[in-house]
Write a protein that binds this ligand. Structure first.
Ligand SMILES: NC(=O)c1ccc[n+]([C@@H]2O[C@H](COP(=O)([O-])OP(=O)(O)OC[C@H]3O[C@@H](n4cnc5c(N)ncnc54)[C@H](OP(=O)(O)O)[C@@H]3O)[C@@H](O)[C@H]2O)c1
Length: 331
């Protein structure tokens, strides 16, 4: 475990020279994304943050941005409205950002929620959480890669379940559309595995960019209840059991934000970024450099040697081909 003291010491080194000067947060309107934005802004560094969110968050974000500006007047936060559960909207948001920037240092992806409700699809025919937690995230990466490649220490962080991959991904029904094939555990494991496979492929193809798939542990953001219908058994279960359990074992908001800022900036992951003298993290291929870093809530890395080699051998190619098919119209 990287101690909280070490995390704080590393984050204290973030300044105008080492900060991600241009960052995009998709999912920063609440939870871990929002906490990480706050931690980044509180460093006092000069940063420009594209805060992407849906219309319904706009008023909340106007107040949040004012608060951020009073913490650090050198931080510019650009509210960028978009319904990113939709791929055409994700493309539009990326086009807006591309028209304004020539380089991006950090892409931080957190949109989504536990798929505990009934299967619901977006207008584009994709299960909502799969679109948020996988397809839209990969579309962000593919659109913004040319700008990430222009940065000195570019990084992509996808927060979901890095290290929790299981080998039994469903390759015959990747989008879990067959009747009865969608369920909370199945969807969760499917999207985690798809994230790790696509991110590993992208990391291998783009060695100049650091890729992190982060598992945040338990953070008490209300995320587990988002997907459940009000007053359903699942909503009650989440309220009565899951949330108190999460509250008991989770990191507090401040520490979660600091830990994710560390994952977004430290050279512990791949050697680029804020200098790190501790043990370097290993990537999913057991190398200290490049590749995909599967990082847990303690900021430890794992190759997940049980599942990743099997997924790599049996699933990566199929997942990538299917992903290309889905995303092609929006590239
Ligand atoms: N918190 C945990 O303990 C935990 C544990 C493991 C994995 N995770 C995963 O890690 C990721 C981040 O978690 P979190 O706790 O930070 O989540 P969160 O607080 O629930 O925030 C997720 C973000 O997703 C956005 N979002 C939710 N539904 C949306 C929709 N239909 N369309 C567009 N945007 C939508 C939210 O926007 P609004 O602000 O507009 O609602 C928010 O910006 C999630 O994928 C979560 O499933 C979380």
């Amino acid at each position: 475990m990287v101690s909280y003291k070490e995390i704080q010491a590393s984050n204290a080194l973030i300044n105008d020279a080492t900060a991600p000067r241009v960052a995009v947060f998709a999912g920063g309107t609440s939870g871990i994304g929002k906490l990480t934005i706050k931690a980044l802004v509180a460093t006092g560094a000069s940063v420009r943050i594209y805060l992407v969110g849906r219309k319904s968050a706009e008023e909340r974000m106007r107040i949040f941005i004012q608060e951020l500006h009073s913490i650090n007047p050198k931080a510019e936060v650009v509210w960028t409205e978009g319904e990113i559960a939709l791929l055409r909207e994700t493309k539009r948001v990326c086009d807006v950002i591309k028209s304004k920037e020539s380089r991006i240092d950090l892409l931080f992806l957190t949109a989504g929620y536990a798929p505990f409700g009934r299967r619901a699809e977006t207008a584009e025919g994709i299960e909502v959480t799969q679109s948020l937690e996988y397809y839209s995230r990969m579309l962000f990466v593919l659109h913004l890669l040319p700008l990430l490649r222009e940065a000195e220490a570019p990084r992509v962080v996808s927060v979901l379940g890095g290290g929790l991959e299981w080998a039994n991904v469903d390759l015959d029904d990747m989008d879990l559309k067959k009747p009865g094939n969608f369920g909370p555990m199945k969807a969760q494991t499917q999207y985690v595995a798809m994230n790790s496979m696509a991110l590993e492929k992208l990391a291998n193809d783009n060695p100049q960019v650091t890729f992190v798939h982060s598992w945040p542990g338990w953070v008490n953001t209300g995320n587990v209840r988002r997907g459940s219908e009000p007053n359903s058994v699942m909503a009650w279960f989440a309220w009565l059991f899951l949330e108190p359990l999460i509250a008991l074992f989770s990191f507090n908001d401040e520490e979660s934000g600091q830990r994710h800022l560390f994952q977004s900036t430290s050279a512990a992951f791949g050697g680029r970024g804020v200098p790190w003298k501790g043990k370097p993290g290993i990537n999913s291929l057991l190398e200290p450099l490049n590749g995909l870093f599967l990082v847990n809530y303690k900021c430890d890395c794992t190759p997940n040697a049980k599942a990743m080699p099997l997924l790599r051998k049996n699933a990566l190619g199929k997942i990538w081909d299917h992903t290309q098919e889905i995303l092609q119209p929006y590239l």
